[in-house]
Design a protein around this ligand. Structure first.
Ligand SMILES: [Zn+2]
Length: 177
C-alpha cells in the first residue's frame, strides 16, 4: 500500500520530518502535527503527506486578512475576536474565531473595543496569531476610552464627537474613514 489514510485529531503527530514532507493543515513542532481534525494521506513512495480537514472549517489561513474586535489586553498579548475575512470583498466568518496579538506584532496603540484589520501569521489556532505591523494594518474603528462612542479621525489624532476626548491609535492607513 503506497497510499495510506488516517483520521487525525488536532495536535496529533503525523510524521517526523525525516520520514515525510507534510503539507496542508499541519505544522512543525519538532514533528509534524495536525492543525485540524482531518485525514492524513500518506504517500510512501514520494515520502509526502497531506492533512485535509474533515470538512471545510472556514478557518483563516496564514496570510489572510481579518477584521477583529479587541476584547482584552493581557500581560503577554492582546486578545481579539475575529468576525470577518477579506476576500474579493469582506465576508463574515461563519464562526467567529479567537486570536492573539503579541506585543512584537502590535507596533502602536490599540484600545479595547477597537476594530482592527490584521494579518494572520500562523496556521495554528484558534487562537490564531495576528499581526498589525505594516501601514495598512491596525485600527479601523476606535472606541472612545471615556464614553464608548466611535471616534472620528482628525489628522493623526482621533477625536470623540460625543465627549471631546482625544487619543491616538495605530491606524490602518486607507481603512479608517
Ligand atoms: Zn467619548
Amino acid at each position: 500500500m503506497q497510499i495510506q489514510r488516517k483520521l487525525v485529531l488536532p495536535g496529533e503527530e503525523i510524521a517526523t520530518p525525516e520520514e515525510f514532507v507534510v503539507d496542508g493543515r499541519a505544522y512543525l513542532d519538532g514533528v509534524f502535527r495536525a492543525a485540524a481534525l482531518g485525514v492524513a494521506v500518506y504517500d510512501r513512495r514520494s515520502h509526502t503527506a497531506v492533512v485535509k480537514p474533515l470538512r471545510e472549517d472556514g478557518y483563516p489561513r496564514q496570510g489572510d486578512t481579518l477584521y477583529c474586535v479587541v476584547t482584552s489586553k493581557g500581560v503577554r498579548a492582546l486578545s481579539a475576536k475575529c468576525v470577518a475575512k477579506e476576500g474579493r470583498g469582506v465576508e463574515e466568518l461563519k464562526y467567529p474565531v479567537s486570536a492573539v496579538i503579541p506585543p512584537q506584532f502590535v507596533d502602536g496603540k490599540v484600545g479595547i473595543g477597537d476594530y482592527i484589520r490584521a494579518r494572520v501569521v500562523s496556521n495554528i489556532g484558534p487562537p490564531f496569531l495576528l499581526s498589525i505591523k505594516g501601514p495598512t494594518f491596525g485600527v479601523v474603528r476606535a472606541i472612545c476610552p471615556k464614553c464608548g462612542s466611535v471616534m472620528k479621525r482628525r489628522g493623526a489624532q482621533l477625536v470623540c464627537p460625543a465627549c471631546g476626548a482625544v487619543d491616538v491609535r495605530k491606524i490602518a492607513q486607507g481603512f479608517y474613514v
